[in-house]
Design a protein around this ligand. Sequence first.
Ligand code: NAP
Length: 327
Amino acid sequence: MNDPDLIYETIILGSGPAGLTAAIYAARSRCCPLMIHGLQPGGQLTTTTAVDNFPGFPEGIDGPELMENMKLQAERFGANFLEGEVTRVDLQERPFRIWIGDDLYRCMSLIITTGASPKLLDLGNEESLYGRGVSVCATCDGFFYRDREVVVVGGGDTAVEEAVFLTRFAKKVTVIHRRDTLRAVPVLANRALTNKAISFKWDSEVTEILSDTSGVTGIRIKNLKTEKVSELTCDGVFIAIGHQPNTSLFVDQLEMDNEGYILTKNGTETNISGVFAAGDVQDKQFRQAVTAAGTGCMAAIQAERFLDDLPSDPNLSCKKGACKPKS
Ligand code: NAP
């Protein structure tokens, strides 16, 4: 049962690599942070089977296992975890206020690591085929498609970067784009257009991902100009049609760019003093577990320095990362 009188020194929203790294650092310093995580603790990495590029694991590690290890590490230092869908936040004054339904949580510093969600094609079976042929991250999963045939859906910077990256492994890469020109910036677009290992299906929309019990076997596509429907055999479908940062809770309170990513400066500071943002919620360029973890570390250090600089309140008695009015 939550005690509404408690004021946490630090609350962390979101439990991907950014949030869990922030929790490890915050818990090891003077704060015992409270992490509030949604229904998918661990974030996007829990949808990846093997993580090959997180330093320190020469044989790779399963995404869910990596996240569980980070959580255990944070717990060892005293971080607290709470499952719940945050419904409202008020950052206009300190302590900041966070609601899960009617339950109120208050804190002096807030670290936002709510991540970004890859946009999907809404075909019905994409999520059930994660790890069995459908991927939203070539850097994470490309290695598993050595000498295989893959398609990349999308025409922006991410799609062309992923297509070029996948040519290191796959024997055939086909980009499926719904227009007849790429949206990607010229320098990236040219890299893909001049790469002989990449072919393009223009003006085309994926209408179905075909699969059997072993995973993806191909796609059905429709040419939007001729309406002709055809099938393409492939082992992997990389969906690269953009990400949606999970920032709807903070609209009109935190400064964001025109795509909804939280704007940060000097590391992880937002426009509100005491509120920090780390990981994919403020990074649309790198989106890697290790970069998210790095910014999570920065956010915890910046939150700690912020708390250190706050004048102590003689009316509050503080211990173990949370304060209460003196009775
Ligand atoms: P994006 O620029 O929004 O491009 C998304 C692409 O997916 C577009 O080509 C779009 O088609 C297509 N698309 C969207 N919804 C679709 C749907 N339902 N079905 C089929 N296709 C769909 O996204 P992004 O490529 O992920 O880039 C996001 C941001 O990150 C951009 O600002 C980008 O510059 C940046 N970024 C930068 C780098 C870099 O600098 N190296 C690398 C990656 C990303 P339309 O063209 O028809 O809209």
